[in-house]
Design a protein around this ligand. Structure first.
Ligand SMILES: [Zn+2]
Ligand SMILES: [Zn+2]
Length: 405
């Protein structure tokens, strides 16, 4: 029987409803988040809002409290679903490395002689963004050059466009396609928190104005109000703080991940288009369509490179050692962040950043125009993708020796 894309999915995601709902591997935490919203709301409706029905001078405004609470809760939960149950902007994996970027390179052995040339893929390549060279990095797992601002989430094991962070509370990556809904979820949770806090306080005030003249007596009459106020106060620090932080990020066009990196490296943000434009970009643009059709049937996979790939290529003796002689500093898959962005600032001294924005490379990479007219340099060549985790690509040694003869 033909399998669908979601059944063959290589990321760590969880699919529900036949691939219609798409969660991160920690999707169970969404249930906890739902409970953290629902339980206090139910307590509020039963123990506070119900008693406010007839407390306001205008008869119906008492009912409005309950209605507004329910409406807001539905909105918050709907936004949570939009954030966590859909494709956050995953870049589909390739079945083999990009052919146009493959090149041969001779490694120098210990005694100084050259060894058989091996197929290699450049570790990074440069593209031009706003007239400046920007490095993009090759992802070993997905076998693609990550688009600008794209990162590989180690929890989901996918490359995500406009990667913000992996949110354990929504059990999903926050990226290009769900950032807007994530922000709206967080900010509407903040409003709900403020509303529940305020209405609980109002109820205490009504009790004090009535038969319970002191705060203590009022608190004894409605302990639920006090618990709710305490809960909302603590939650406000979290969701309110997050809302403010993301308002700042949106206004400056940064992702959470970039923000930590800019701070760690003292780098300039090149994506800032002015506050208004930055907000428009997040809230007034159409959500980009998903690049993944999880329910599509899997096509017969071409696991091997086309045969003409071998016949048309020859080993070129390298006359300049711009790649092979360049000792590579440790390059970790720096975007395999997991949830711990804080570690970034500690790694600043030895980490090799990708997307080195605005930085001129110190090596003498060759530049050649790519199909889009952008200057692209071949540089930072590393050992080929053989025996990588993705494992679906392997070049037989015989193929290489044929070419080199
Ligand atoms: Zn990747
Ligand atoms: Zn993730």
């Amino acid at each position: 029987m033909e399998k669908r894309v979601y059944q063959e999915w290589k990321g760590s995601n969880i699919f529900l409803c036949g691939g219609r709902l798409f969660f991160g591997p920690d999707a169970k935490s969404v249930l906890l988040t739902v409970l953290l919203v629902l339980v206090p709301v139910i307590i509020f409706c039963v123990f506070v809002a119900r008693h406010l029905f007839h407390e306001f001078s205008s008869y119906n405004s008492g009912y409005a409290v309950l209605l507004v609470t329910i409406l807001f809760t539905v909105i918050v939960l709907f936004l949570l679903l939009l954030t966590s149950a859909r494709d956050p902007g995953i870049v589909p994996r390739a079945t083999h490395p990009p052919e146009e970027d493959l090149c041969y390179s001779s490694a120098i052995s210990a005694d100084g002689s050259r060894q058989t040339p091996t197929l290699q893929i450049p570790r990074t390549k440069e593209i031009i963004y706003k007239g400046k060279p920007v490095k993009i990095k090759y992802c070993d797992t997905c076998m693609v050059f990550r688009p600008l601002r794209c990162s590989h989430c180690s929890i989901c094991n996918n490359c995500v466009e406009h990667f913000d962070h992996h949110c354990p509370w929504v059990g999903q990556c926050i990226g290009l396609r769900n950032y807007r809904y994530f922000f709206m979820f967080v900010s509407s949770s903040t409003v709900l928190c403020i509303f529940v806090f305020a209405m609980s306080a109002v109820y205490i005030k009504f009790l004090m104005d009535g038969h319970y003249p002191t705060v203590l007596k009022a608190m004894k009459k409605s302990p639920a109000s006090i618990i709710l106020m305490l809960y909302c106060f603590i939650a406000l620090w979290f969701v309110g703080g997050l809302t403010c932080f993301h308002l700042y990020l949106i206004s400056t066009n940064q992702t959470t991940y970039e923000n930590f990196r800019y701070k760690a490296e003292g780098r300039r943000n090149i994506f800032d288009n002015g506050c208004l434009n930055n907000f428009m970009e997040v809230f007034c643009t159409k959500t980009k369509p998903s690049k993944n059709d999880f329910r599509a049937f899997v096509a017969a996979e071409a696991s091997e490179l086309p045969s003409q790939y071998y016949s048309n290529r020859h080993v070129v003796e390298e006359t300049d050692d711009d790649t092979s002689g360049d000792p590579r500093a440790k390059v970790e898959d720096d975007l395999d962040l997991g949830g711990d962005l804080l570690k970034l600032s500690q790694r600043r001294h030895y980490e090799d950043f990708d997307e080195e924005m605005g930085r001129e490379r110190s090596s003498n990479g060759r530049r050649a125009p790519d199909t889009t007219g952008n200057a692209v340099s071949r540089s930072d060549v590393r050992i080929s993708s053989r025996d990588r985790r993705s494992g679906s690509w392997d070049i037989a040694p015989e193929s290489l020796s044929i070419n080199s003869s």
